[in-house]
Ligand binder design. Structure first.
Ligand code: HEM
Length: 558
């Protein structure tokens, strides 16, 4: 059958209808866009009005606040004066001194972050973490709701107790022996990045002690470690180059959820190996036993099939332990070596203590395997670690304000916290000169003096909180302090580690591309910004506040 040609009127009608449809689409899109813009401006206005009111009420905040940008431009300008990878807290150095009277100030970083109270006062930190125990923000890396948190915390607390952690010292010793072997291979072999080695060691120890799984990550990178490192490379608290990269959510999702979930499920099941009675149980195995008891099972551990709710908790916890514990521990190991290399007299005192506890002829490892409590005799060694954590705290604490809570600053101003975050800046609380005598000096002895001594700071003041204080403190702190003591006991008298930044910078300069060399010769490049406090081994923005360039160093035999 022949098709009928459309008449001229039909064509006009069709064209008219198309035009109407297009108009509708344009109108709909335009209206949605307009509504979105109005909505954002409305929210923005509300948020900024709130800050404006707080400012009027006397809440301290740095100058330069604007209705359009809050303090974003202020922070950006400060960061421009620092090396690009410097930890964001370093940009706050001047602001902290400018607010030394209140010891808290408000940074309005909306819409990048919620407006945040930046706290350098131990007293205000105690209000936030102990008195009111403000919740952790919902989108925080290690956040979970109150009920889930209570359940996992009670399930895992006996595994992390001091007594149980001491029984896991032989497991730590095994991993540190591998670390020693690798360090020995590096002796007199040129510059290397200690931070990578420390991170691999920390990963092996966390997975062995918590999960009884040996990733053997120190000898070759395990895929869990690879996933974690990739996530951390794409994680930043501030860096716009990372935060604004469109690939970031995809990479984070792939490694953080998909890949990591797959891998940890493979590893989350504690094995019932024959050695179990001889070895101390891992943290997860102990939690599993407790879980079974609470569920009134009669089945014994080796025969039991892991039930799905325990598997889900364990699996999430392992991720949490690794995220919270790996980088923080690694950075602390490196900064401990760093500070000892800068303070030869402290290093000599530490070596003398180790000589007296472990002797000078027998190796340390078998002694620690036989008697882990020897660690408790290493008081000066512990003081060195504590002082390192004071000067280079690898973490801070972030809390979310609530309608019910106002924090009171040192001038007596009450700051309503609803809609604000609160950051307890450990770096500045730990170096608060009002509280700490010779605040920036490395003085391990301050941890050994009696009350009344000029260097003594009572713990109750809350000025020392590398692991945070209050109910949400770090569950892994005993593991860390044991691990660090084992590392020092087994290495400090054999190896000498010294930073090699000058050499490293020269190597990097020699390896820079032709274009950069030319640009430098023509004077087109600007001088690298100076590190804060003049420190080349400054803390970076990488999670755990790792040292710059992952700590290039050399190692020699003592
Ligand atoms: C030098 C090493 C470490 C430091 C400085 C450190 C510091 C901290 C800090 C400051 C918090 C509180 C965070 C906040 O309030 O937002 C925390 C929490 C936590 N840490 Fe650590 N940590 C270290 C190592 C570890 C290790 C090795 C593990 C596990 C094996 C671990 C597991 C956790 C967990 C699970 C939490 C959350 C606790 C809770 O919410 O109840 N940490 N840590």
């Amino acid at each position: 059958m022949a098709m009928m040609e459309p008449s001229r009127d039909d064509v006009k009608a069709i064209e008219h209808s198309d035009a109407m449809t297009n108009q509708k689409i344009v109108f709909t899109v335009g209206a949605s866009l307009f509504s979105a813009i109005v909505y954002v401006l409305h929210i923005g206005y509300q948020r900024r009005s709130r800050i404006y009111r707080l400012r009027k009420q006397g809440v301290a905040m740095p100058p330069g606040w604007s209705w359009w940008f809050g303090h974003l431009r202020v922070l950006h300008q400060k960061l421009q004066q620092l090396p690009p990878d410097a930890n964001v807290y370093m940009a706050m150095e001047d602001m902290v001194s400018d607010h030394a009277d209140a010891e808290v100030f408000l940074m309005d970083l909306w819409p990048v972050f919620a407006p945040t109270l930046m706290i350098s006062s131990p007293e205000i930190a105690m209000q936030a973490s102990v008195k009111y125990d403000l919740p952790k923000p919902r989108d925080h890396l290690i956040t979970m709701n109150e009920q889930q948190w209570k359940m996992w915390r009670s399930l895992f607390s006996s595994g992390f107790s001091a007594g149980h952690m001491l029984s896991l010292v032989p497991t730590i010793v095994d991993s540190v022996e591998v670390f020693c072997e690798i360090l020995r291979e590096r002796v007199d072999k040129g510059v290397f990045q200690l931070d990578d080695m420390a991170a691999n060691l920390a990963m092996d120890i966390i997975t062995k002690t918590t999960l009884d799984t040996d990733l053997n990550n120190q000898r070759s990178e395990h895929e869990i470690s690879h996933a974690l490192n990739t996530i951390l490379d794409w994680h930043s608290f501030w860096g716009p180059r990372i935060l604004l990269n469109p690939l970031r959510p995809v990479v984070q999702w792939y490694y953080g959820r998909k890949r990591f979930e797959e891998m940890k499920r493979e590893t989350a099941t504690p094995t019932s190996n024959a050695d179990r009675p001889k070895k101390a149980k891992s943290v997860v195995a102990l939690a599993l036993e407790q879980y079974i008891a609470s569920q009134s099972h009669t089945t014994s551990l080796p025969d039991l099939q892991l039930d799905t709710s325990f598997a889900a908790i364990a699996s999430n916890q392992i991720r949490l332990f690794i995220f919270a514990g790996n980088d923080t521990t690694a950075a602390t190991i490196v900064y401990t070596y760093h500070l000892l290399s800068l303070h030869p007299s402290a290093l000599s005192t530490l070596r003398a203590e180790l000589d007296s506890v472990f002797g000078t002829s027998a190796p340390v490892a078998p002694q620690l395997r036989a008697n882990s409590a020897l660690l408790n005799q290493c008081a000066y060694t512990l003081a060195v670690i504590k002082e390192t954590l004071r000067l280079y705290p690898p973490a801070s604490s972030l809390r979310e304000g609530t309608r019910a809570v106002s924090l009171v600053d040192r001038n007596g101003t009450a700051i309503p916290t609803e809609g604000l975050n609160a950051t307890l800046m450990h770096r500045f609380i730990h170096s608060n000169a009002r509280v700490w005598p010779r605040a920036l000096d490395f003085l391990p002895e301050r941890w050994l003096v009696a009350p009344g001594h000029a260097l003594h700071v009572p713990a109750a003041r809350g000025a020392y909180r590398p692991f945070e204080l209050g109910p949400r403190n770090c569950i892994g702190q005993t593991l860390v302090l044991n691990e660090l003591r084992v590392v020092l006991a087994m290495t400090a008298r054999t190896f000498h580690v010294a930073p090699a930044y000058e050499e490293w910078d020269a190597i990097c300069a020699a390896n820079q591309g032709v274009a950069r060399t030319l640009a430098t010769k023509l004077g087109l490049t600007r001088d690298a910004p100076k590190p804060p406090r003049g420190e080349r081994a400054y803390q970076t923005s990488r999670s755990g506040a790792h040292p710059a360039e992952r700590y290039p160093c050399r190692v020699t035999l003592v």
